[in-house]
Design a protein around this ligand. Structure first.
Ligand code: GLU
Length: 500
């Protein structure tokens, strides 16, 4: 069975790059009825961010990437109170809860002569680094403690000396492996450092923890960012030392800004929560992120999560950096907004309407309320890019903005003419019954009426539209009348007439 994992470090919020890694890992597991596991790699205590784990989990759940095993989210809805829980046979799935396990393997490596105690103080290491930099040499550990006799070392430890554990990297030969995206990759062993695997605080480093956990959790495929590629020789060596079979590796291309620099905060939003807040739909963000580095070939661009699971393959992931193109994301979002059923569109918009104070709560009161919202929101659905734009665009339908009477006068008309046209059209519209009050009917009949009266379209339709919206720009008058319904529309017309 294929078992993949996403193993974020809670050093911040879920990054777009992390979402892509999680998505690809999830897809590879799903398409073969395998398992997708989530593990929290929190061994870097200095960079730990308290709400990082919950943010990562909530962002993944929002996107529909739900782990089968490991750290999961426990809550009714991701906007409410949530807690992280763990589920599965190979837990715990949080590295800080597995310290004894790492200690055991560090001891085993030392016993077998594949790792050694290192007593070098921080100052010595800094000094060494400085010298290497001055001499334009590659920086790295110089093996100072590599040959310290083990009995000697144990004595020092018994005397209370502080130590770390380093792995012994072979000094010659090459480490070769097949990357599922890059093909054959090889590293000269002499250029690879004797990596610290256990720190003096008893915490493992990433390198030991990741190898031990991927093995014990039965991971078959490791999919992660390119920045980890150079760590693979160390990991492969650890697998060898521990007598384990390494999993398959796939290293994803970097994400780039449009100027080809590495995707960073400085050039825009990088955390998934930023995009959630802005009102991107999960379907759109997932579809967009799937294409960051992957291309199925062919014309089709719209893929649901299920379709992605069928189509996705690592062979079609490129090696070159993938450019993050915000316009493309906007396009996806518009496509998905347009595809939502009206009811669903309302449901997705509710939190944004509440945020914009157009609703007191993000809730539908009853069926009538829902129908009304469907019509009102439908006015702007084709015009928005993200849901967060909706409240400002649609506010006029909830509360008539204050405006000056001059706005009611079309540029080729006069105040006098506008007032008369408005009064007459109001009288005319008032005769429609509530049942007759539909967009098409209103549009057709009013059009005929304008012709009969000998008015120009602008003379009537401009003030009519402004009366209904209170704005210079807005959707057309018949759409608005349909959405506002008869009573409110007539009140707005009367308000306008009274302004003259
Ligand atoms: N904890 C690492 C990170 O957050 C995971 C690297 C890996 O997937 O092996 O990037």
């Amino acid at each position: 069975m294929i078992i993949t994992r996403f193993a974020p470090s809670p050093t911040g919020y879920l990054h777009i790059g992390g979402l892509r890694t999680a998505l690809y890992s999830y897809l590879i597991a799903k398409q073969s009825n395998g398992k997708f596991l989530l593990r929290i790699e929190d061994t870097d205590r200095e960079r730990f961010v308290a709400d990082g784990v919950l943010n990562i989990l909530k962002s993944l759940y929002w996107a529909g990437i739900i782990p089968d095993e490991g750290v999961k989210l426990d809550c009714e809805s991701i906007v409410g109170e949530c807690a992280a829980t763990q589920e599965g046979e190979s837990g715990p799935y949080v590295q800080s809860e597995r310290l004894e396990i790492y200690q055991k393997y560090a001891d085993e490596l030392i016993e077998k002569g594949f790792a050694y105690y290192c007593f070098c103080a921080q100052e010595r290491l800094e000094e060494l680094r400085k010298k290497q930099q001055e001499n334009k040499q590659a920086t790295g550990y110089d093996g100072h403690c590599r040959e310290v006799d083990i009995k000697e070392a144990k004595k020092k430890i018994a005397n209370g000396e502080k130590y770390a554990v380093r792995m012994k990297m072979p000094k010659n030969g090459v480490t070769i492996f097949q990357d599922l995206i890059r093909g054959e990759v090889s590293f000269k062993n002499e250029l690879v450092d004797d990596q610290v695997i256990l720190k003096s605080d008893g915490f493992p480093t990433y390198h030991l923890a990741v190898v031990v956990d991927d093995h014990l959790m039965g991971i078959t495929h490791i999919i992660r960012g390119e920045e980890w590629l150079s760590s693979v020789p160390k990991h492969i060596q650890l697998y060898k030392y521990l007598g384990w079979e390494p999993p398959k590796f796939a290293h994803l291309p970097l994400l780039l800004n449009s100027d080809k620099s590495k995707l960073s905060k400085r050039q825009g939003d990088v955390s998934v929560s930023d995009y959630i807040k802005k009102g991107y739909l999960p379907e759109a963000l997932i579809n967009f992120v799937a294409f960051l580095g992957w291309n199925p070939g062919g014309e089709k661009e719209i893929f649901s999560l299920d379709e992605l699971a069928k189509e996705f393959s690592l062979e079609k992931v490129g090696k070159a950096g993938a450019v993050f193109n915000l316009q493309k994301l906007d396009w996806y979002n518009q496509q998905y907004i347009r595809r939502l059923a009206p009811r669903e569109f309302v449901a997705r918009a509710l939190p944004f309407l509440a945020d914009g104070k157009l609703l007191t709560e993000p809730k539908i009161e009853n069926e009538e309320h829902e129908k009304r919202l469907e019509k009102i929101l439908g006015l702007e659905r084709e015009r928005i890019t993200t849901l967060s734009e909706l409240p400002e665009m649609i506010r006029f339908a909830f509360e008539l903005p204050d405006y000056e009477s001059e706005l009611l006068v079309w540029k080729k008309s006069s105040a006098e003419e506008a007032k008369n046209a408005l009064s007459e059209v109001k009288e005319y519209l008032n005769k429609f019954s509530v049942q007759e009050w539909t967009k098409n009917n209103l549009e057709q009949k009013t059009g005929e009426w304008i012709k009969e009266k000998g008015y120009g379209n602008g003379v009537v339709l401009w003030p009519l539209r402004v009366s209904l919206s209170g704005q210079k720009d807005s959707p057309g008058p018949f759409e608005i009348m349909d959405a506002l319904e008869k009573e409110e529309s007539i009140i707005r017309l009367e308000t306008a007439i009274a302004k003259f």
